[in-house]
Design a protein around this ligand. Structure first.
Ligand SMILES: [Zn+2]
Length: 223
């Protein structure tokens, strides 16, 4: 278990991984409050993003060569991201995008460019996208997004204003492929739906997260 100080320094997705891996290891209420500075959540501000070497993984690597797979439609083109660090002045911050019309940052925009419409899917290196980024995309587009993580890769799926197209059988298949459901966004509110809980029950994990379009978030369980 990490100390509280180490925990608060960790990136949000790493903290989430801790929570999923060791439920009750850290008090979720503590995480929810989170470290902020001038209203900006610290996980996103000041983060140095690695330039990805191999952002997009061919579908066959994820499906084990199977013909049928949930990943049909994954864009294989690469995304080239600038290194970002330091102050954001609201750029790329969900609350500032939603309330003040600030733009996405370049990395988020590159991700959105690969998700042009409902049910678009893309695979991105784990270090190059966070749930806060998905909240920013929701603030920008008014659509929900979901994130699934398998090792060092993340699958991002674009939904519409009220849902993402992941059904029970897709979720079970992703679980079989080793994916965890890191979280998803809502356009408003962080209360999970019954459908969210049904999907979570297909995964070998206890918790997932839901973020709203201002970057606030909550965890939910299977019941
Ligand atoms: Zn939901």
């Amino acid at each position: 278990m990490r100390t509280v100080t180490e925990y608060l320094k960790a990136r949000p997705e790493d903290r989430l991984a801790d929570l999923i891996g060791k439920r009750n290891a850290v008090n979720p209420a503590l995480y929810h409050r989170g470290p902020t500075q001038n209203g900006i959540k610290l996980g996103a501000q000041g983060t140095i993003w690695r330039v990805p070497k191999d952002l997009i993984v061919p579908k066959k690597d994820l499906t084990g060569g199977a013909e049928r797979g949930i990943l049909i439609g994954v864009d294989k083109n690469s995304i080239h991201s600038p290194i970002e660090q330091g102050r954001t002045d609201g750029v790329g911050e969900p609350w500032a995008i939603r309330r003040h019309g600030k733009p996405l940052n370049d990395r988020q925009q590159a991700i959105l460019d690969k998700l042009p419409e409902y049910d678009s899917r893309v695979i991105i290196d784990k270090g190059d996208v966070s749930m806060t980024d998905l909240a920013a995309l929701t603030a920008k587009t008014g659509d929900e997004f979901a994130m699934f993580t398998q090792g060092s890769r993340r699958l991002i799926v674009r939904g519409d204003f009220e849902h993402v197209n992941i059904d029970k059988s897709m979720a079970a298949e992703m679980n079989a492929q080793g994916f965890k459901w890191s979280g998803h966004t809502h356009t408003k509110g962080v209360v999970p739906s019954e459908g969210d809980k049904i999907i979570l029950r297909q995964f070998r994990q206890n918790l997932s997260s839901v973020y709203d379009s201002e970057g606030d978030f909550n965890f939910f369980g299977k019941s």
